[in-house]
Design a protein around this ligand. Structure first.
Ligand SMILES: Cc1ncc(COP(=O)(O)O)c(C=O)c1O
Length: 364
């Protein structure tokens, strides 16, 4: 078994001792009072995270399950969805629309960039009426974050469309007040800024979506949201929940709310600035332009000639610091540092020091 390393991945991320310990709570009847109490607490705290008075759902699945749930509940065969595509996860989102029988209108930009709000608006105008805008807020594959959730959401709704935000790698590091901004569904994962272990997806569901689902039941069993909402009213999940993860999520959300969402967001601001500055001092070039650079995933180009796999192995083995490589066209050329959840000055400085001390041996 590996000794615990400093996990500076773009998820999963470091989990506190307190949250890890919570998973040792007893296995209980998931149709009994103890679970009902736990789940009601989890739902209430999740509502705080999304800043909603509306419905939320917790799924025993990784983030991808949350995305599938959103798409399969909203998209019917033939429906048109506008999808900005600017990296791996937004590409997958467009493909998921097509798997559900929908038509994905891709508004594409190169990896490392993002379609502008004007490009997005013009694509929506061209469609006239369409079913949904599906936007990845934070492209974890490239370290680029959309700076226009609120505006894009409003514009989509003006076209009579649903607005769905994949905030899997951002919510908690960023605030997304879904009620105030009119977001119909927002999806996040347990293993990112919430700093719980991987394995749960959380979704907010607007009243408009709830009403729509009454008139058009989705063709999925495991991700059938109306069933989750109905069971949720009595503190249950339709299917057997991943109990230890629910304990962990509850504890991680308690931690988050004790710190305060605003303070956590501000800490992510400061810590990501510290990473960008530290890498700049080492002469490294970030992938994203300043105006769209992510506060939760810092992607940086390697200097010429560095072997990505050997460098990251040495970093993990010699310094105990784990970071991620690049995706798609960035594979081998880019490394990514997660700035999520528990991230603090100590973690950031240890990571920067490890990179500074390890990189020279791998430079040409
Ligand atoms: C933006 C985004 N969407 C979807 C996913 C998929 O989540 P998971 O790997 O938890 O299934 C990820 C994972 O990193 C992500 O960052």
């Amino acid at each position: 078994m590996d000794k615990q390393k400093l996990i500076m991945l773009p998820g999963p991320t470091n989990v506190s001792e307190r949250v890890m310990q919570s998973m040792l709570n007893p296995i209980i009847n998931h149709r009994g009072d103890a679970f009902r109490e736990l789940y009601k607490d989890v739902l209430e705290r999740t509502r705080h995270l999304f800043q909603t008075q509306g419905d939320v759902v917790v799924l025993s699945s990784s983030g991808t399950g949350g995305v599938e749930a959103a798409v399969w509940n909203l998209i019917r065969p033939g429906d048109v969805a506008v999808v900005p595509v600017f990296g791996e996860f937004s590409m997958r989102l467009a493909e998921t629309v097509e798997l559900a029988g929908g038509k994905a209108v891709r508004v594409a930009s190169d990896f490392g960039k993002i379609p502008t709000l004007d490009q997005l608006k013009s694509a929506m105008d061209q469609q006239g009426r369409f079913k949904a805008l599906l936007l990845v807020h934070n492209e974890t594959s490239t370290g680029v974050a959309a700076p226009y959730i609120e505006e894009a959401t409003r514009f989509a709704r003006d076209h009579g469309a649903f607005a769905v935000i994949d905030a899997i790698s951002s919510l908690g590091g960023y605030a997304i007040p879904v009620d105030r901004w009119g977001v119909d569904m927002c999806i996040t994962g347990s293993q990112k800024c919430v700093a719980a272990p991987p394995g749960l997806a959380m979704l907010s569901v607007s009243k408009r979506v709830v009403d729509y689902l009454k008139s058009s039941p989705p063709k999925t069993r495991y991700f059938e949201l109306p069933r989750y909402l109905e069971y949720g009213t009595r503190g249950e999940t339709p299917f057997t929940p991943a109990l230890p993860l629910y304990y962990a999520l509850d504890e991680a959300l308690k931690e988050l709310l004790e710190e305060g969402l605003e303070k956590r967001v501000e800490r992510h601001d400061r810590m990501s600035a510290r990473i960008y500055d530290g890498l700049a001092k080492l002469g490294l070039q970030p992938v994203a332009e300043r105006s769209v650079r992510s506060k939760t995933v810092v992607a940086s180009y390697y200097p010429q000639g560095v072997d990505d796999s050997k460098f990251r192995k040495a970093l993990a083995h010699d310094k105990g610091v784990v970071i991620a490589g690049g995706f798609g066209p960035f594979a081998g050329k880019v490394f990514r540092v997660g700035c999520m959840g528990q991230v603090n000055e100590g973690y950031v400085d240890a990571t920067l020091r490890a990179i500074e001390e390890t990189l020279p041996a791998f430079r040409n």
